[in-house]
Structures are given as structure tokens and as C-alpha cells.
Design a protein around this ligand. Sequence first.
Ligand code: FES
Length: 106
Amino acid sequence: MPKITVFDSAGNEHNLPVDAGAALMEPLRDAGLIEATCGGAASCGTCHIYLRDDWVTKTGARTEDEGYMLEGLEDLVEVKDVSRLACQITVSDELDGISMDIAPQI
Ligand code: FES
């Protein structure tokens, strides 16, 4: 089972197990770290994360809807090259150890 490392806004580290095939958003939501109010439809922006290290190169390209949502967030929070919506990333064994920061909530 892949594990992920998440740093919340206070800098606290959370190590969470995730089922392969689940959306990366799910463990973040279940741990109470994000709201994920749209349920994974790339339309709320509350699952915005900043991937650490070089993980952004291993998660594939942003989806089209994700790109639009992140554009819409730019006036509210900093959107970085390593910004992703966690609901648009499917966890696989290859992503074991992925680490990220929760972006400032909107
Ligand atoms: S859960 Fe709403 S954008 Fe990801």
C-alpha cells in the first residue's frame, strides 16, 4: 500500500497510507486536512497542493479542468509550477512516498 507524506499549514507532518487506485484527495480529506467540497470534480480548488521534490514530474500532466481551476485560483492564492489538485491524481505504487504541502485554503 503506497504511503504519502503531507505537511499541513502549521508545518505538521502526516504520514498516511493510501489504496492504490484512489484519488490522492481522498486520504487528505479523510484526515481532515482539506475540505474537497466538490467531491473530486476539479471545481472547488480546496484540494490544492504543492508537490515537493520532483514529484510533479511523476504525476503526469494537469487535466484540462484542473488547469482552468488553478487559473481561477491565481487571484486568491499562489499557484506554483508544482501546484496540483489532489483530486486529479490517482495514487499508484509508483507514487509511494510522494510528499506535498497543503496550499493555503481559499
Ligand atoms: S476536490 Fe474539489 S477541486 Fe479537488
